[in-house]
Ligand binder design. Structure first.
Ligand code: EPU
Length: 424
């Protein structure tokens, strides 16, 4: 198991490229199961979550080749049972459910287990697929869905108590592409990753309109064909480096970003007093840390275009050393505050109560051995460590490797002093 040692102090400056989006790649890789033709997907980040998804596709019978960011998948004959040993490692493997059901009329997927960021049910996914005509059975920790006579279009409202569901919208949208008739998803997730999946499916011959809004209409087609697609930039990786620049940078430039996906993150970083500038095309962004004029902010996470829950932990790390009081509420995953206990071990002044963190900014954090608990929490600890006094050891680094491509190399390119070592 690797750990990361971050020697706090150096000022970050320079330019890096942002990778393709992990959360767009995962459902897009799964969507390749909808056709027997070749699918070529570019800018798939080389992170462990995309590797798990590729292993699942291979285990299902797909022929997969990967070379430097490009993945070619041919799913000629596909089985309908996703192997538990692989599925249990990643919650997002649930998004093979929609494509398998649509392609084979049957699928067996193990029920995802608990997750450190909170209770993550799949009731909305199942509600949607049931409305399309699937019969659902639970046995031995598995969900079996069958639709012997095929799926039929339906009107479905996918709103849950915490708002829309991203992967639930993806699953229903993928299944509906091959259903007979028209499907309308109300209260759909409008995240850019859902739109990227819809663009991928439309390029395969699907008939989807309204993706990127709360109402998606899918007219079922008989079959889909092969496609070439380039995945959108990872807005959360971009946001994480924007926060790193605000914490410890002077002049940090990020290439291959998308300004329209970063509005809420940009607004939050500007509200705390730092400067963010985009080029005219909106695909390059420069963040300049401000000394002296910074202040606390109030943040509430919300579905897109609101402030993303996946950037809550990283912003908490920035606000931990920003003078004044900040209040951060996570409405999507109210239990997603594991990073706060670790930040407190580094001297942060944070009180968490009922899905809300109240942060009193301190002048400087100090190094301590800390433990990563999940992907974004580990990113927050790395950011905090960049300016902390001393050397911070972050263990359980595999969490960060799930979703950040070469984070240590990118930090080194910006001038940070980090080293990856084996933890015995
Ligand atoms: N929910 C339900 N029932 C369901 C599904 C979700 O109640 O059937 C609830 C969840 O418990 C949560 C809310 O609805 O409170 C939203 O969850 P959502 O389904 O949107 O989450 P997801 O699709 O499983 C994706 C991302 C997450 C990100 C969330 C929210 C991927 C692979 N994962 O998960 O990303 O936090 O949307 O934006 O796209 C991450 O990258 O670190 C990560 C956790």
């Amino acid at each position: 198991m690797d750990k990361l040692i971050v020697h706090g102090g150096p000022t970050l400056r320079g330019t890096i490229n942002i990778s393709g989006s992990k959360n767009a790649s995962l459902p897009i890789l799964a969507a390749s199961l909808l056709t027997a033709d070749d699918c070529i997907i570019r800018r798939v980040p080389d992170v462990s979550d995309t590797n798990y998804m590729i292993q699942i596709l291979s285990a299902l019978g797909a022929d997969v080749e990967r070379s430097s960011g490009t993945v070619r998948i041919t799913s000629a004959d596909i089985m309908d049972e996703a192997p538990y040993e692989l599925v249990r490692r990643m919650r997002a493997s649930i998004c093979v459910m929609g494509p398998l059901l649509a392609r084979n009329g049957r699928c067996v997927v193990s029920l995802p287990g608990g997750c450190v960021i909170g209770d993550r049910p799949v009731d909305l996914h199942l509600r949607g697929l049931e409305a399309l005509g699937a019969k659902i059975e639970f046995e031995g920790g598995n969900i079996t869905l069958t639709a012997k006579d095929g799926l039929r279009g339906a009107e479905i409202d996918l709103r849950g108590t915490h708002g829309p569901t991203v992967l639930g919208t993806d699953n229903v949208m993928m299944a509906a592409t091959l259903a007979e008739g028209i499907t309308v998803i109300e209260s759909a997730a409008a995240e850019p990753e859902v739109l990227d999946l819809a663009n991928f499916l439309n390029a395969m011959g699907a008939k989807i309109t309204g993706a990127g809004t709360r109402r998606i209409v899918i007219e079922g087609v008989k079959e889909l064909h092969g496609v070439e697609h380039t995945v959108i930039p990872d807005r959360i990786e971009a946001g994480t480096f924007m926060a790193a620049a605000a914490i410890a940078g002077e002049n940090v430039t990020l290439r291959r970003v998308c300004r329209d996906h970063l509005k809420a993150i940009t607004a939050a970083i500007e509200a705390s007093g730092h400067q963010v500038d985009f080029n005219e095309d909106g695909d390059i962004c420069t963040v300049r840390r401000s000394e002296g004029k910074t202040h606390g902010v109030n943040l509430v996470t919300a579905p897109f275009p609101g402030y993303p829950t996946d950037m809550q932990a990283q912003m908490t790390a920035l606000l931990a050393t920003t003078p004044g009081i900040s209040v951060i509420k996570d409405t999507i995953f109210p239990q997603r505050f594991m990073h706060c206990a670790e930040l407190k071990r580094m001297g942060a002044d944070i009180r968490v109560d009922n899905g809300t963190a109240v942060v009193h900014g301190v002048a400087r954090l100090s190094a301590a051995p800390v433990m990563a608990s999940d992907l974004r929490a580990s990113a927050a600890l790395v950011l905090a460590a960049l300016t902390a006094k001393g050397s911070t050891e972050i263990s359980r680094l595999y969490h960060i490797d799930r979703g950040y491509e070469q984070i240590d190399e990118k930090l080194l390119m910006l001038g940070a002093n980090v080293e990856r070592v084996k933890d015995h």
